[in-house]
Write a protein that binds this ligand. Sequence first.
Ligand code: C2E
Ligand code: MG
Ligand code: MG
Length: 683
Amino acid sequence: MSAALSNRTGGQERDALLRLVADSVPALIAYYEPENLRCVFANKAYAEANGWTVDTIVGKTVREAIGEQAWQVIEPEVARVLKSEKVEYVRTMILPSGEQRSIEVHLIPHLDEQKKMLGAFVLITDITRYQRAERTIRESEERWRKFATATNEGIFFHKDGILTDVNAALLEITGYAREEIIGKNVLEFVPTAWHKIMIDYMRRGSEDPYEAEVLHKKGHRIAVEVVAKTVYVDDHAYRMGALRDITARKHAEARIQYLAHHDMLTGLPNRAYLTERLSTILALARRHGTLAAIMFIDLDNFKTVNDTLGHHVGDALLKHVAARIKEVLREADMVSRLGGDEFLVILADFAAPEDAGKVSDKLLQSISAPIMLEGQKICAEASIGISVFPRDGDNADDLIRRADAAMYSAKEHGRGQSRFYTAGLSSEGAETMAREARLREALRHGEFLLHYQPQLSVADSRLVGIEALVRWRHPERGLIDPSEFIEFAEARGLIDEIGEYVLREACRQNKAWQQEGFAALPISVNVSAAQFQRGDLVAGVKRVLDETGLESRYLELELTESLLMDNETVGTALSGLRALGVKITVDDFGTGYSSLSYLKRYPIDKLKIDRSFIDDLNADADNRAIAVAIINLARTLKLTALAEGVERQEQLEFLREQGCDEFQGYLAGNPMPAEEFAAFARR
Ligand code: C2E
Ligand code: MG
Ligand code: MG
């Protein structure tokens, strides 16, 4: 090309080349002479944008070339260029087609050596596209700002750790004013213990959420969940982060953890916690060659107190007894409440079995001292059974069982006594055997029946489900609640048969209601851990469904949390049930074991918030926090949340505000016999 160029030297050819260049650039170009402002040259784009051709525009004045309207706008600019000034401005240009463009205009004076004006160049670029892009950015910034002020999440930007922008929520969470934060290093607002983790997170450019702490202006720490992303602004890498105050959740988690390990009434460790600790204590005793003793304490007259003076007196009595037991024990010992009126004591590290006997005597004495309750003098009596490690067993289960047996033997020998386990003692006391025989008889005689309790939708109080609850119609004692026999049946291996009856009867009844034309509803059946552990639960459920003709989607099984952490059999059983199409509910949620990981691991459909949290929802902030935490947990995991034990309207209102899905309780209806439930459902 350069060879071709150098050959062409004629003026005409130079003009042609100039024109070619001028017409090829993406700009509008023109040249005007200074006296009359007539156009000497224009490229095609300039001419056509003004409605001319490159030939017709030549000789026109600026005013003629661009039209009167535009002239009015640019006249002052033209005056400036004529004073040899370089002029630059932006204006709107209307094309002959009527289309509007934004243009950036450069007017450049053309001067000779003596600074005399020879003419003026006009160079115009179309910046419509850039303006649009700019507007989009502005709008998106606007949007993000609105968004950032609307959210409760604290949002921050930093570049290499230096904070450049934060939203109002972040100031709210940390207690700082904007100017106290901007320009500072992020780490100044984070407790030292977290620095390494945070630096590492930034360095890796990680974008996963994590939990950490930040410092409030007043100095206290705030638990937060943080997630950050790398964003690019003008080619610089910034980190944009969002943090959420999770103090309430942490608090609730700690509370759940506590509840999981403690008996709520007495504040003593519960059975789960005790079993955990007992293994450790035994391991230590084994290593040091010391003794340990287990004492099973059962109050002799608790039921009478409870029945005659009421639950609140019974509860108060249990608290007193708990306190008295604690008083007798040393620091290293441990007492837990197993439930009902049963306590278990572990004596750690003592020299001779007789020492345990002395402690139990002191316990009996202390417990039986009269207690004043509501103006009544009450004397609690207890029976104590003792087993000693390693003499009577080398593991927690055996030791507890033998202490239990010893306790029954103490009761048989007149109450208010303590007894050591002896090899001659059958591990099944006579009373136990009699009770067991009576339950078996009840099964044979068909003394069990079901009551049904409605489950309603919180939003509109529609009937959405039914819980089947077993009852024992005792020929002499009348209707007996499950709390009096389920645990015993579990311990004596009778629960399978009772469970089988409940499952079959619930499915049969539900199918019958459907055939009578009731709206089809799921029925939920409580299942004991023991039923799960047998390994043939899935087959059993399938058989019952087949035999009763109930579709699997109308059956739900309720199990407790403690079961879920148990073992592999449970995982297999749950998958099997899911495959059958049966739904799984976690009953009494929040009171059992604390690990929540099983919620993700197992196919679970519903969480039943334990009655204890609903009980004094309005009075107790902790309970409220836990109930809310569970509802949110359910929502996050896409599970249904059901509140148990709703008795009052204000509890229901609270649940409605919190977005709980379903509820059950006396407010909606007590557990009732089948005929009564049918009448209820019809209404
Ligand atoms: P659960 O499954 O948590 O059942 C709820 C219990 O709360 C029922 O007691 C019910 O009568 C009671 N309840 C319902 N609404 C309210 C209320 O508004 N206020 C109060 N204070 N209580 C309310 P129930 O029927 O005595 O059952 C006690 C427990 O026995 C059940 O707790 C369940 O764990 C167990 N159970 C019941 N039936 C069976 C069964 O067929 N098999 C097994 N394995 N366990 C069962
Ligand atoms: Mg239940
Ligand atoms: Mg429950």
